[in-house]
Design a protein around this ligand. Structure first.
Ligand SMILES: [Ca+2]
Ligand SMILES: [Ca+2]
Ligand SMILES: [Ca+2]
Length: 242
């Protein structure tokens, strides 16, 4: 991680988060840390910045970005399922803001989707390295909502855990309703409404990186609003004294 002012502020935020269960406005959808678990890292993206997360996508105007949903013109005048509980900025995969915002455009033409015409598209967003050594019973907790196909193998949404040192893919869980029964951690309890996932990280002893991967796989039915993430937390039962 490049050390700059923002990083320094974020480090302070992390420190504060570890002491007082996060900083900034909390998303209500993510369950509060249980009495047994404390928040060690937390990303709510309320700075409007990427906060150390790296983004990569297959298409020049489609991919992950930190976006404020209330400022999105595609949302004005519409009952907005994405602004209810985890409002403000979130991490989302769909058309880049700059590519659908044109002040001269009729507001009715604003589009929020992940369609690239005849092509498929994919995107990857990767956390900064997360140090887990000394943490007991670590887990990843995040809020999620989406508007896309929900069939195994199509419009794939998955969370990946990478070994922080080698980059080796150590765990991958597909999120959804159907076909994910073998990994209950991936079961989405809501569609177009914020819900939370809890991913066990207790087998990881050192550092990890968390990745969220989207792949439309094909060009069909990509007119949904995309995938939204917020309030991404690393929680631990306790910090082991060395
Ligand atoms: Ca947020
Ligand atoms: Ca966007
Ligand atoms: Ca699709």
């Amino acid at each position: 991680m490049v050390i700059d002012r923002k990083t320094t502020l974020w480090s302070l935020c992390l420190l504060a988060g570890s002491l007082m269960v996060g900083c900034g406005k909390g998303g209500k959808a993510t369950p509060a840390a249980s009495p047994e678990h404390q928040v060690v890292y937390r990303w709510q993206f309320e700075s409007g910045e990427r906060e150390g997360w790296a983004m990569e996508s297959s298409h020049p105007y489609m991919g992950w970005e930190v976006e404020h949903l209330l400022f999105n013109p595609a949302r004005i005048g519409e009952e907005n399922p994405y602004v209810g509980e985890t409002d403000g900025f979130s991490l989302n995969y769909n058309r880049y803001w700059s590519q659908f915002f044109d002040p001269a455009m009729n507001p009715e033409e604003f589009r929020l989707d992940f369609s690239t015409g005849a092509e498929s598209n994919w995107g990857l967003v990767t956390s900064p390295p997360i140090e887990l050594s000394g943490l007991e019973d670590a887990r990843l907790v995040f809020s999620c909502t989406f508007d896309m196909e929900n069939i195994k193998g199509i419009d794939i949404r998955s969370v990946r855990i990478l070994d922080g040192k080698t980059g080796f893919l150590a765990k991958e869980i597909q999120l959804g309703f159907d076909g994910v029964e073998d990994s209950p951690e991936g079961l989405c309890s809501g569609w177009e409404e914020w819900h939370s996932h809890v991913i066990d990280l207790s087998s990881f002893m050192e550092s990890v990186q968390v990745e969220f991967h989207f792949d439309s796989v094909d060009s069909f039915k990509n007119n949904g609003k995309g995938w939204f993430l917020d309030d991404i937390q690393i929680q631990a039962a306790q910090q082991i004294k060395s």
